[in-house]
Design a protein around this ligand. Structure first.
Ligand SMILES: N[C@@H](CCC(=O)N[C@@H](CS)C(=O)NCC(=O)O)C(=O)O
Length: 193
């Protein structure tokens, strides 16, 4: 059976959520970044790590693409404009929304104390707010971020906005409403249970 290592607060959640949406059976192994069991599988020590039989896969986006392409779910066919548009939105979320939150987290609690830089929070909050404005413009009145159904773009955006709320960032109304829609999905709830 597929096994995915990580924690609910980590990027492993997005893989668990996608697997729940796909209705795939899998095993969750709670494992902290840089723990011995993670380092054995991933020299970077990062989660998520997915073990699929003999194969060990790392990086949340690589894992999500692998699963979605294999299952023909939560994505569009390779070589179509819909796929390119979905990937553009994923890249946008990762670079303009996830990156500032992750930078803030790194300097807030991830890095060893002597490597943290003071004063990152206001910079990262402002960058995230800029990203949120663009997110609201991309989303418009749509329910989902890339097309008329849930895709990997939502799987990533949903978790990133949930991280922002966890970090007590003030959410724009559009992001808050979008997050509420994602959190109401039974698969999200199962993934976080
Ligand atoms: N690009 C990677 C980043 C993975 C990553 O940084 N994971 C975090 C947890 S969410 C981690 O393990 N950090 C520990 C470290 O970088 O040492 C992905 O999307 O999976």
């Amino acid at each position: 059976m597929l096994k995915v290592l990580g924690t609910a607060q980590s990027r492993a959640f997005r893989v668990w959520w996608a697997l729940e949406e796909m209705g795939r059976e899998y095993e969750r192994q709670i494992a902290l970044p840089q723990s011995p069991e993670v380092r054995t599988l991933n020299p970077l020590g990062q989660v998520p790590v997915m073990v699929d039989g003999e194969e060990v896969l790392t990086d949340s986006l690589a894992i999500l693409n692998y699963l979605a392409d294999r299952e023909g779910a939560l994505t569009y066919s390779v070589g179509t404009p819909e796929r390119a548009r979905m990937e553009a939105r994923i890249n946008f979320v990762l670079t303009e929304m996830e990156a500032p939150i992750w930078l803030m987290a790194r300097h807030g609690f991830v890095l060893p104390k002597d490597q943290r830089v003071e004063g990152m929070r206001p910079i990262c909050e402002a960058e995230f707010a800029r990203g949120e404005k663009k997110f609201a413009a991309l989303l418009g009145d749509a329910e989902f971020l890339a097309g008329d159904r849930l895709t990997l773009a939502d799987i990533i955006a949903g978790q990133v906005i949930a991280w922002a709320r966890m970090a007590k960032m003030p959410l724009a109304p559009e992001s808050a409403a979008y997050l509420a829609r994602m959190e109401a999905r039974p698969a999200w709830q199962r993934a976080g249970a």
